[in-house]
Design a protein around this ligand. Structure first.
Ligand code: ADP
Ligand code: ADP
Length: 229
């Protein structure tokens, strides 16, 4: 089955007099349970697509489904409900609350989620069982991002959407973050979509969508994705 399917997705941003055509007709098929990487130059539409499939933004036209849910037909309230129930976000900067410990940051999500994981278990999944009571400032960048992964995974979302998750990290640290995403995919069956500039990350994906000028110019299918290491 498909996690996301879309037809002729278009997005036009209107800023004053100028129109920016960020998506110019994207047909989308993201199989459930896969890791999909969005690769391509800056400005080619990757973040726009990620925000739209995550319910943070809307298309200008086109059809878009998450499983059998028609995202294009939802009002804002329904879209928020969709997001809360189904989507975990990971951004380049970790967005942790500095006055809360690692486990308290994860509890922010598990306290309100429908089917949460135990917060300590989520931190163990990312290898931070010994850092539960540390504050963000006491953690390295890579550890902070792993807390962000734990927080996103803890509500057991169907999909994890990651916008440059290793963009602020050196490569060794970034790899540890990617390992946690691969683990969530493998052990929980979570569909993972990752935007990156790093072609090396593509090796861990089942599928790579190459973006160019608001379109998916090429799809690469990887029969044997390798664990990041
Ligand atoms: P990528 O993620 O591949 O770098 P984006 O999706 O961020 O590309 O951007 C695609 C195009 O849309 C770019 O030309 C960008 O400047 C434009 N764009 C993105 N967000 C907005 C916005 N909120 N308002 C106006 N233009 C935007
Ligand atoms: P909520 O579940 O409270 O509705 P959202 O689903 O809107 O939260 O967003 C999930 C998380 O991503 C929140 O922590 C939100 O602040 C953060 N977020 C949303 N959009 C962006 C963005 N463009 N950049 C950074 N963080 C964002």
């Amino acid at each position: 089955p498909l996690a996301f399917s879309g037809t002729d997705l278009r997005k036009v941003y209107q800023t004053g007099e100028t129109e920016v055509h960020a998506l110019r007709g994207v047909d989308l098929a993201i199989p459930a349970g896969e890791i999909v990487v969005l690769l391509g130059p800056s400005g080619s539409g990757k973040s726009t697509l990620l925000n739209i499939i995550g319910g943070l933004d809307r298309t200008t036209s086109g059809t878009l489904f998450y499983r059998d849910l028609d995202l294009a037909a939802m009002d804002d309230k329904a879209l928020t409900r969709f997001r809360r129930a189904n989507v975990g976000f990971i951004f380049q900067f970790y967005n942790l609350i500095p006055s809360l410990t690692a486990i308290e940051n994860v509890r922010l999500v598990t306290d309100i989620a429908e089917h949460p994981m135990d917060p300590a278990q989520a931190l163990a999944l990312v290898g931070l069982q010994d850092r539960q009571h540390h504050y963000p400032a006491q953690l390295s960048g890579g550890e902070q991002q792993r807390v962000a992964v734990a927080r996103a995974v803890a509500k057991q979302p169907g999909v994890l959407l990651c916008d440059e998750p290793t963009g602020a990290l050196d490569s060794a640290t970034g790899i540890r973050v990617l390992e946690t995403l691969a683990r969530a995919n493998r052990e929980l069956g979570t569909t993972v979509v990752i935007i990156t500039h790093n072609a090396g990350i593509a090796a861990m994906a089942h599928r790579v969508f190459h973006f160019l000028d608001g379109r998916i110019a090429r799809i690469e299918v990887n029969a044997a994705p390798v664990d990041p290491a």
